[in-house]
Every structure is written in C-alpha cells, then in structure tokens.
Design a protein around this ligand. Sequence first.
Ligand SMILES: *Cc1c(COP(=O)(O)O)cnc(C)c1O
Length: 370
Amino acid sequence: MKTSRPIRARIAPAAILHNYQLARRQAPQAKAWAVVKANAYGHGQWRAVEALRGEADGFALLECENAIVLREAGITQPILLLEGVFSARDVRAVIEHRLTCVVHCLEQLELLVRNGQFTTPVALYLKLNTGMNRLGFTPETLAKAWGILQQLPQVDVTLMTHFADADGERGVSEQLERFHQMAGDWRGPVSLANSAAILRHPQTHGDWVRPGIMLYGASPFAERSAESLGLQPAMALESAIIGVQDLVAGDRVGYGGTFTADRPMRIGVVACGYADGYPRHAPSGTPIAVMGKRTKTVGRVSMDMLACDLSDIPEAGIGAPVTLWGEGIAGSVPADEVATAAGTIAYELFCALAPRVPVGLDDTATVTRK
Ligand SMILES: *Cc1c(COP(=O)(O)O)cnc(C)c1O
C-alpha cells in the first residue's frame, strides 16, 4: 500500500546483481545458488529474482509453493529447496517442477521414495551433519541412505554441508575434514560455502556455492565492513523528521526516560519505530543519517518513532530526510553498524522489515552509487 507516512524501503536490483557477480568472481570455478529464502532476506523474493533472472545459475529457498511460483513465472534455472520436502504433495511437486531437493534425514528420504515415481532424473542434495548439529546425515544414517539411493537409478546426487563458523574464529577446517571423511571417495558434485566461506575459505568452493547475505550487501563478518569487501547495500530504509524538540540540560527523551540531555540539545523525531522493523534494542548512540550528515539516535525506540540528535544539523527541520540504514538520499549508514549497535546482525534487520513499510525499487542506484 502506498502511504504518505514518509517511511520507505528502497531496493536496488543493480546492487543485488553486482553482489551476485562478486560472489561468482570469488568462486570462479563454481556455480552459485542465489539464496532468496525469507522473501530474499526481506528484500522481496521477486525483486531479487528479477534482478538475477538472466544471471543466476539457480535460486535457493525454503517453500515448495514459492518454488512453484518461480517455475510458473518462467524461471528455468534449477531451484533448490534448502530444507527439502515436508509432505507427499511436495514430493510430487519436486518431480513435476524439476526442483532440486535437499535430503537431510532418512525419514525425508523415505518420504521421497514412497511418493515419487523416479522415472525422470531427480536432483538431490544429501546434507551431511559435519558439526553444526542442526540438519544432516551422520556417518551411520548416511550409509543407510546410500543403500536406499542405490535402488533409485534416476537420482543425481550432490553432497552438501553447512558451516557453523565460517565467519568466526573456528573457521571451517574441522567441519571440512569431517565432510571429506564422510564423503569417502565421492567424486561427484559438492556444495559447502555460504557467503562467509565464499569470501574467506576458497578451499570450500566446490561445485556450487550458496551466497545469501552478501547478495544483499551486508558483511558476513563482524569485523569487516561490507564496503571493504566490495559489496553494495541493496536496501535503504528511509524516513523523515516529523517532530523537533529543543531540550535543556536535564530533559529526558522517550519511554523510560533512558536518555538525559547533559546540555541544550535539538532533537529530531523520526517516523520509524520497532513496528516498522527497526530494532527496539538499538541503544542511544546508534548511527543514523539526516540530510546527508551522520548523527546518533537518542532514547528508546518506540513503536512508531525514534529520536535523533540534530544539535549539529541546524538545517534539519520537519520533513528533513533520514536514512535509517543503507545508502539513502539522506546519507549512508551501513546496516551492519546499526545491527552491531543493536546487538544483532544485518540478516535480522532485513528479515524484520515490517509489511507496513512500503517498498519501492531504487532505479537510480547505478547512477548515484560510486
Ligand atoms: C541461508 C543459507 C545459506 C546462505 O547463508 P549466508 O550466510 O546468508 O550466505 C547457505 N546455505 C544454506 C543451507 C542456508 O540455509
């Protein structure tokens, strides 16, 4: 719905394309699944798919229904179901729509076998649990899975795993070693790398990489900026100043009065709150931009509003443009910095963008971005 309340999210398809191409350049021997799960990390499944339609080697998401929608819209690339099938109906859809399907446990493999006519080749991604202990076969269940798969000549298997700490201290070596142990003398295709592994652990690139967060221009690393990785932000969250308050020393701001002015201050009230998806836990001091200048939030984020310090931006009055995160008309604030201030990650900020925020395309992105 178009509303006149000034909050907007603008999505830059050109940035998503740029970031995808960067992922591919990092892993030049591999093909790349564009991970568009969770509504393309809040950017809009369709916006991401359209941005990459002519470019992506494949699309990865969760729900069979969403995969079918992509097929019906003419997407011909492989589509990977990251959690595999949940029902007999999903199995029939996998076959009918030629979906690529993760299989992570024996129960799921049996569901496939019971409900599928494997008369045409079906592409399966066997997921190995190499230490994350979320989904995946163990050495014991994998042996049983191979036994079942031998009775299905028409399957085309890829071995996959997922890293728990590709962005962190522990890295990938333990999991990679376990993967090779479990894979044994497997010579077929493998798929291991998320964004962090693509950027940091080239030995994991294998045949298909799975970039997610990097497509949307945020960094998978706590200590490394997206910009320094060459990524371009794909989402700008923007709004405007709708109120101005002149404070004297001792005045408090917002619920709980958690911020107290220690000097005369000019405060701007922004039409953006936690019901728009802005993190409520963002403390006073979280970066924000107003009319091209960076400043800081003050006080608690409320449902529909938050406040920021305009003391050094005297030209900003009612209606002044604000960038909450991303590369917006009011300035640039990396989503990663907002996330860090709020004790979370950009993944969560993007996914939490609320349905009430109108979303538009940023067609100027290629022009304005340096
Ligand atoms: C979400 C997901 C990815 C993408 O991870 P990023 O950290 O966003 O790059 C890759 N592989 C699997 C299995 C996933 O579920």
